[in-house]
Design a binder for this molecule. Structure first.
Ligand code: NAP
Length: 258
C-alpha cells in the first residue's frame, strides 16, 4: 500500500537518495529543504520515473518556527506522514571560539531542536495508527567527542541518545525509531561544513550517498534502534566505548584539523 515519507534535507546527498528509495517502493514523498529549485527538479524526476506524488515544502530549519509551520502545512494539505526522515544537517570545522556564533547555534537548531520538534509533532498520529517509522540521520561522530568539530559531534551524540531512548518507549506500539550513523560520505556535507580538506575526507574511506541511504532505509524498515554503516565504522563505534577519552580526542583532532 502506498504510504508517505517526509524527508528533510532532500535537496542533496543522503536525503536525496532516501527520497529516491521511498519513491522506488511506490511511496509518495514530501521533499523539504531550503533550495526550492533542487526540490522541484527532484519532484519532476521522481514523478516522471515512478507512479507517486512528490510534494515540495521549503523550510529553513534553523528558524525555530519552521517545524510547527511545516507540520501545520502538511496536516492542512490533508497528508498523513507514515515515515518521518530527519536528515537535514550540517557541521562546522575549526577552533570553536573562532567559528561564527550564529552558525554554531543554527547547527544545534537544525541537527537537534528541529529533529526533536518534528518527531514530537508527527509521532502521535503514528502511535495512534499503530504504524510508522522515524529515521534520524545521526553519525559515527556521535560516539565520541570531536575536537575542531565540537558542536557537530555533540549534536550527533544527542541524536543517538534521544533516538535510543525513544526506541525503548516505542516498544509494542507498531512504531519504531532508528538512529542511522554514517561515516564520511560523499555529498555536499564536507564542503558546506568546511572539512573537505581534513584527513578524514582526504585520506579516509568515503562511502557513496547511495550506499549509505540504502543501509539506512533497510535499518529503518527493520526497526533497528541504532545502525552504523560499514564494518570499519561499526568497529570504530564499538571500540570508542573502551578507548580513553584523551586518546580518542587526539585521534579525532588529527582527523578533523584542516
Ligand atoms: N556526508 C557525511 O560525511 C555525513 C556523515 C555522517 C552523517 N551525515 C549526516 O547526514 C545528513 C545528510 O547530510 P549529507 O551528507 O547528505 O549533506 P548535504 O549533501 O550537505 O545535504 C544536507 C541537506 O540538509 C539540508 N539542510 C541544511 N541546512 C538546512 C536548513 N537550515 N534547513 C533545511 N534544510 C537544511 C540541505 O538542503 P538546503 O541546503 O537546500 O536547505 C541538504 O538537503 C546530515 O544530518 C549529516 O550530518 C553526513
Amino acid at each position: 500500500m502506498s504510504k508517505t515519507a517526509l524527508i528533510t534535507g532532500a535537496s542533496a546527498g543522503i536525503g536525496r537518495e532516501l527520497a529516491v528509495l521511498f519513491a522506488k517502493d511506490g511511496h509518495d514523498v514530501i521533499l523539504v529543504a531550503r533550495r526550492r529549485d533542487r526540490l522541484e527538479a527532484l519532484k519532476e524526476e521522481l514523478e516522471g520515473a515512478f507512479d507517486i506524488t512528490a510534494h515540495v515544502f521549503t523550510a529553513d530549519l534553523a528558524d525555530q518556527d519552521a517545524p510547527t509551520k511545516l507540520f501545520e502545512d502538511v496536516s492542512g494539505a490533508g497528508i498523513e506522514v507514515d515515515f518521518l526522515v530527519n536528515n537535514a544537517g550540517f557541521g562546522s570545522n575549526g577552533t570553536f571560539w573562532e567559528l561564527d556564533p550564529q552558525r554554531e547555534v543554527d547547527q544545534i537548531q537544525v541537527n537537534v531542536t528541529a529533529l526533536v520538534h518534528l518527531t514530537r509533532l508527527f509521532l502521535p498520529a503514528m502511535v495512534e495508527r499503530k504504524s510508522g517509522r522515524v529515521l534520524n540521520i545521526a553519525s559515527t561522530a556521535g560516539f565520541q567527542a570531536g575536537p575542531y568539530m565540537s558542536t557537530y559531534y555533540a549534536t550527533k551524540a544527542f541524536v543517538i541518545s534521544f533516538s535510543d531512548g525513544l526506541s525503548y518507549e516505542l516498544k509494542n506500539t507498531g512504531v519504531a525509531v532508528t538512529a542511522h550513523c554514517p561515516g564520511a560520505t560523499e555529498s555536499e556535507f564536507a564542503a558546506v561544513s568546511g572539512n573537505d580538506k581534513s584527513k578524514l575526507f582526504q585520506n579516509g574511506k568515503v562511502a557513496t550517498a547511495e550506499d549509505v541511504a540504502l543501509h539506512a532505509y533497510k535499518a529503518m524498515h527493520k526497526g533497528k534502534s541504532v545502525a552504523v554503516h560499514g564494518a570499519l565504522n561499526q568497529f570504530g563505534a564499538f571500540m570508542s566505548r573502551f578507548s580513553p577519552r584523551s586518546m580518542s580526542n587526539a585521534v579525532v583532532a588529527s582527523l578533523n584539523k584542516t
